[in-house]
Design a protein around this ligand. Structure first.
Ligand SMILES: [Zn+2]
Length: 171
């Protein structure tokens, strides 16, 4: 299934935001490749590149969520990516049958809240988790509270659709 989302990259032809689409396929000789396309829905500008899967590189993306609008930033998490929110001491490992997912920063926070509710916590942890729950609820309700989201992806396929997201390749 192709994955598609809107980026903050302007179309070189008309200036509207480009859409990013990619999918994995197999061509001759059974080489798996990824096909990445930037597509403008306004003027139909299109730019495509193909990447052999064995050339994909591990990548780490950091994004400082510092203003309310950042909650709407789109995040694509590939099937092997791990999420970290270091200020909250949270790490979310990829699910076993994960297909990857497209969400927003807000969606990630909501997901954490849902998971926190499922935790059975020992009494000494309860206060800490309750504090965390309060902080996250506050952010969702509009509190100004900066925090970092890190996507660590061995496939290097994940993306955070913000010009302020910082990507680094692993050495
Ligand atoms: Zn265009």
């Amino acid at each position: 299934m192709p994955v598609e989302f809107k980026t903050e990259t302007p179309c070189p032809s008309c200036g509207k935001d480009l859409y990013f689409i990619f999918y994995r396929t197999t061509i001759s000789y059974e080489n798996a490749i990824e096909i990445e396309t930037y597509f403008c829905k306004n003027c139909l500008y299109k730019s495509t590149r193909t990447i052999p899967l064995d050339l994909l590189e591990e990548k780490k993306i950091s994004f400082l969520v510092s203003k309310r609008d950042d909650l709407r930033t789109i995040l694509y998490r590939s099937q092997e990516a791990r999420l970290e929110l270091p200020e909250f001491g949270i790490t979310i490992d990829p699910g076993e049958n994960s297909q990857g997912s497209i969400t927003t920063v807000e969606g990630v926070l909501q997901d954490i809240l849902d998971k926190l509710d499922l935790f059975v916590t020992p009494d000494d942890e309860y206060e800490k988790l309750d504090l965390l729950r309060g902080t996250i609820k506050g952010i969702l309700a509009g509190d100004n509270h900066a925090f970092t989201i890190i996507v660590d992806d061995p496939l290097g396929k994940s993306k955070i659709a913000s010009s302020r997201a910082v990507e680094e390749k692993h050495p």
